[in-house]
Design a protein. Structure first.
Length: 324
């Protein structure tokens, strides 16, 4: 009954219809609904108290999203029944799409303006050579068929793992970045690697393609990190691995304000939950913390996960036949 009371109000149904589509901040929701911050915050508080949604503070911001179980299932059914041919909800979704486009364009503009010196900017955090050594170490040195690098940037990872893969594919949204990557690959003579323009939320890659998919320092720019992880998991072959490299939680707000970061790092619990929901098992983690006296630098964390499907040469049993 508490869930029904919490969901049974026009504004709260509008909020739920948006949160079904992903995580949003109070600022996002006030922009879309055209209502005041105190009013929106009150509705969100009631939905949180009913267990329908959860709040996740990140620095000065708070993200809201639907709970993963319990009352949220009822909320999803309520939204599904309310969504069809509702002009208010349709308009809200259109404004959400416009907001996402604006944020994506802002991030793309940031990358484009810095395509030529992005590797230098990365070195302002944990030294890149230490990150690359850790990546090689956590992946191991065995050969494999296909590497997929999401958010390839300058194409550096296609060079880093070139002695292990038979085919490398880099994906990026920025044409400027792709131009830099192509030039770097040509310079290195890596004909077995290629780069493509693509959306990390809708990759131009068939399922069951990659033995290793890497997402290196990309997730903190995204509005919907879990959606990107799910899409990355889709690319894996049975038993394939996903390597995620990003920042541990931090409070450097200037990275959000001046460098287009959407997320101030990711916790172990959060990443492990996302992996599990995407059908992956976390198999290894490595934290690269800054040295003493480097308080302005960030900890880089490496998470290695594996597709749960088992690769086997044994014949599959026919469930229609009775056991002897």
């Amino acid at each position: 009954m508490g869930c029904l009371r919490a969901c049974g109000e026009a504004t709260r149904i509008r909020l739920l219809a948006l949160l079904v589509l992903g995580e949003l901040t109070v600022k996002d929701l006030t922009t879309i609904l055209g209502q005041s911050q105190p009013r929106i915050s009150r509705h969100l508080k009631l939905l949180c108290e009913a267990g329908v949604i959860k709040r996740y503070p990140e620095g000065a911001w708070v993200y809201y999203r639907l709970n993963e179980s319990g009352p949220a299932e009822l909320a999803r059914r309520i939204v599904a029944q309310s969504r069809d041919d509702d002009p208010t909800l349709t308009a809200d979704h259109e404004r959400l799409a416009g907001l996402r486009r604006a944020k994506a364009e802002e991030a793309a503009a940031f990358f484009a303006a810095r395509a030529n010196n992005w590797d230098k900017e990365r070195s302002l955090h944990v030294p890149e050579i230490a990150v690359e050594e850790a990546m090689r170490g956590i992946v191991g040195y065995k050969a494999f068929d296909t590497l997929l690098d999401l958010g390839t940037g300058t194409g550096r990872l296609l060079e880093l793992f070139n002695d292990q893969y038979a085919r490398g594919i880099g994906i990026d949204t920025s044409q400027n970045m792709l131009s830099v990557a192509r030039a770097n690959l040509d310079k290195a003579g890596l004909q077995k690697a290629q780069v493509r323009q693509g959306d990390i939320y809708a990759l131009p890659i068939r399922p069951d393609t990659a033995d290793l998919t890497v997402v290196h320092q990309v997730l903190h720019y995204l509005e919907e990190p879990f959606r990107a992880i799910s899409e990355a998991a889709r690319t894996l072959r049975p038993g394939g691995r996903l390597l995620l490299v990003d920042f541990a939680p931090h409070e450097l707000e200037f990275l959000r304000e001046k460098h287009a970061h959407r997320r101030l790092g990711f916790s172990q619990e959060q990443v492990e939950r996302w992996f599990a929901d995407a059908g992956l098992d976390l198999v290894s983690t490595n934290d690269l913390a800054p040295g003493a006296g480097e308080k302005d630098k960030l900890t880089v964390t490496l998470w290695l996960a594996q597709d749960r499907r088992v690769v086997t040469d044994l014949p599959v049993a026919d469930p229609t036949k009775e056991l002897a």
